[in-house]
Design a binder for this molecule. Structure first.
Ligand SMILES: *[C@@H]1O[C@H](CO)[C@@H](O)[C@H](O)[C@H]1NC(C)=O
Ligand SMILES: *[C@@H]1O[C@H](CO)[C@@H](O)[C@H](O)[C@H]1NC(C)=O
Ligand SMILES: *[C@@H]1O[C@H](CO)[C@@H](O)[C@H](O)[C@H]1NC(C)=O
Ligand SMILES: *[C@@H]1O[C@H](CO)[C@@H](O)[C@H](O)[C@H]1NC(C)=O
Ligand SMILES: *[C@@H]1O[C@H](CO)[C@@H](O)[C@H](O)[C@H]1NC(C)=O
Ligand SMILES: *[C@@H]1O[C@H](CO)[C@@H](O)[C@H](O)[C@H]1NC(C)=O
Ligand SMILES: *[C@@H]1O[C@H](CO)[C@@H](O)[C@H](O)[C@H]1NC(C)=O
Ligand SMILES: *[C@@H]1O[C@H](CO)[C@@H](O)[C@H](O)[C@H]1NC(C)=O
Length: 556
């Protein structure tokens, strides 16, 4: 009785929350490689990217810079009220949002979108220190906590369609060694969603790139088992320019994905290099020619999005006034003319298969051994036992932590040690025992190793005023080692993460240990992509860290 009472109370609270939402949206789930609503109809993503452009760098060598800031569009209730009539003119059923701030309130926007029949595809990463860094990849407690905190906040909305665990993390052959970290993120996010019975598919959005990289990436993220696979592979595809044809723009990619095992869609489309944008690719994408392989796509972009190629936006906004441009009007016509096939039926779609993972070769470097699930408790336990700790004098540790890790690793190397414990190799499939901890904790770990390597010389625990001796640490190096080993030994495997607790004592979360993809310019045909997406920070000692990656950081 107790149980059913509390269940009833929760149900009532939910009903009040959505009291204005007369037609609750149907849940969208995946069967095999297709998406279906609860009534058994096939679901196609007919969407638009919905994120105001952040501050981007003006690097002349990179026409598609990654943002260093973001504005959460789902926390702007007035903005949503202003824009939803235009989204309805476009007749979209989904938006893609690239970054949100989980500490803000999203009720108004999410409920209004739901009432308008619009689902949300939400990228979990944020600029600077909130995404898997392609130049120094790791899957760490601070990222896991960021992702799960965002999921917790959005799980109450009935229009959550998918959570993207990364956007364009891998952009070249070297970068393919980041794939195990991305797949580990998919594994841990999926385990969390499942354990909480939250709705939402697990997605990834890839840059358009050579099939030698794109196809193994797609296969890798959906190989092995449902529990460590994405549900939804997004391809940011800008191949159809002007009044193109299926044969010229899409036949190759159609063939490449013909046998794919999970749902796939175009997570961005809308080439601007041959204006005007006619959006005739919409007819192709939703036709019976492409519907066996693709579940729709998202046009880029509702908001103005300026790039080296030109303007991707479909409206301009001034205060509360939205002025659509001709791209908008043409997309209204194309999206209004879609009749996508309702086949195959859900029962024919089957449960899905999970092929074995692609083998590594000279262009696909990823090991099939994934890194462990990041463990906050283990990291905090270890950090509390460290004899020298990072005690930053600034709250913006993102700006300094990469630099300090580089410096500390350099000092440690000079004292005969190495940074293997905080590093890892996605190509070798070896992960240092401290590699899943957040950057600030990693820094404390290396500071302690240096301090101990110099026999606790007080001057070794300084780092220009950034480090402090921990008086509560065990009194000898062997006791520190024993305590840290005990903290970490409990957790070097896979488990279902729980909701983020309090951050680790000295660090909690911190800046990404390194540089950015800003030096990795996407190939021009897919260039628009980098526009909205971003990975990793820029400006955090990128060159130093890159050098370190090749040296002490990488486990042999
Ligand atoms: C999220 O919003 C809070 C409250 O406005 C702000 O303090 C915080 O800096 C924001 N976080 C990010 C990552 O923008
Ligand atoms: C890949 O890494 C190697 C060694 O660090 C470097 O020489 C090469 O330029 C890199 N290639 C790309 C495409 O980044
Ligand atoms: C590596 O394997 C992938 C398939 O997993 C393939 O597409 C690619 O061409 C291969 N690279 C080389 C150099 O053989
Ligand atoms: C509407 O779609 C049909 C079928 O895809 C196509 O033949 C027709 O040309 C489209 N109409 C317009 C105005 O684009
Ligand atoms: C230090 O490590 C020991 C052994 O792992 C652990 O029991 C203890 O809780 C840790 N200390 C703190 C303050 O976390
Ligand atoms: C990013 O850095 C800020 C400030 O240093 C910190 O508050 C935040 O927790 C960090 N976020 C992540 C995901 O590491
Ligand atoms: C933190 O530092 C980074 C890197 O220098 C910078 O881009 C960012 O704007 C800073 N954040 C704050 C809140 O000052
Ligand atoms: C801490 O480290 C940063 C980066 O190396 C440096 O700029 C700063 O002066 C150091 N000291 C303090 C007290 O912040």
């Amino acid at each position: 009785m107790r149980l059913s009472t509390s269940v009833a109370r929760i149900a009532t609270a939910a009903a009040i929350l959505f009291a204005t939402n007369v037609h609750a949206l149907q849940k969208v789930t995946r069967a095999g490689r297709y998406l279906y609503t609860d009534d058994g109809n096939r679901f196609y993503i007919k969407g638009v990217a919905y994120q105001p452009q952040g501050v981007t760098s003006t690097d002349p060598n990179n026409p598609f810079p990654e943002p260093s800031s973001f504005t959460d569009p789902l926390a702007d209730s007035a903005g949503c009220a202003r824009d939803i009539p235009f989204l309805q003119q476009l007749s979209v059923n989904a938006i893609r949002v690239y970054s949100v701030n989980s500490s803000l309130n999203h009720d108004s926007c999410m409920q209004a979108l739901s009432a308008a029949g619009i689902y949300t595809i939400l990228d979990l990463s944020i600029p600077l220190n909130g995404s898997i860094d392609r130049s120094n990849p790791a899957w760490t407690t601070n990222l896991l906590d960021l992702y799960l905190t965002t999921i917790d906040v959005f799980s109450k909305y009935d229009n959550m369609l998918a959570y993207n665990i990364g956007n364009e993390v891998i952009v070249d052959s070297n970068g393919t060694a980041a794939a195990p970290y991305i797949k580990a993120a998919a594994r841990d996010v999926k385990a969390y969603l499942t354990s909480k019975n939250f709705q939402g598919l697990v997605g990834y959005a890839a840059i358009d790139q050579s099939p030698d990289l794109l196809i193994p990436l797609a296969n890798y993220l959906s190989c092995d088992a449902n529990t460590d696979s994405i549900d939804l592979f997004g391809l940011n595809n800008y191949e159809w320019c002007g009044d193109d044809t299926f044969a010229a723009a899409y036949a190759n990619i159609e063939g490449a994905f013909a046998g794919y095992n999970v749902a796939a869609y175009f997570s961005e489309f809308g080439c601007i290099t041959q204006p005007p944008r006619l959006w005739t690719e919409v007819q192709a994408l939703f036709s019976d020619q492409m519907s066996p392989v693709w579940s729709g796509g998202l046009a880029f972009s509702y908001f103005p999005a300026e790039s080296g190629q030109g303007e991707f936006g479909m409206v301009t906004i001034s205060g509360n006034t939205v002025t659509p441009n001709a791209d908008f009007t043409r997309l209204v016509a194309q999206y209004g003319n879609i009749t996508a096939p309702n086949t195959p039926s859900k029962s024919d779609a089957g449960a899905g298969t999970y092929p074995s993972c692609p083998a590594a070769n000279s262009t696909w470097l990823a090991s099939t051994t994934l890194p462990p699930t990041p463990d906050d408790t283990a990291c905090a336990c270890a950090v509390n036992n460290l004899s020298c700790q990072f005690t930053p004098q600034t709250t913006n540790t993102t700006a300094i932590v990469g630099q300090l890790i580089d410096a500390a690793c350099g000092s440690l190397g000079g004292a005969g040690g190495n940074c293997n414990d905080i590093g890892g190799s996605g190509s070798a499939g070896t992960y240092g025992r401290f590699s899943y901890c957040d950057p600030n904790s990693k820094l404390s770990f290396i500071m302690t190793e240096f301090y101990e390597a110099t026999s606790r010389n007080a001057q070794s625990c300084n780092f220009a005023g950034n480090a402090t001796i921990n008086k509560n640490a065990p009194s000898s190096v062997s006791a520190v080692n024993a305590a840290v080993s005990q903290c970490l030994s409990k957790s070097q495997g896979t488990f279902t993460p729980s909701a983020p607790g309090t951050p680790a004592a000295t660090g909690g979360s911190g800046g990404g240990g390194g540089g950015s993809g800003s030096s990795s310019t996407p190939k021009s045909s897919s260039a628009a992509l980098g526009r909205a997406g971003f990975e990793g920070a820029f400006g955090i000692g990128a060159m130093l860290v890159a050098a370190v990656v090749g040296g002490v950081w990488t486990l042999a």
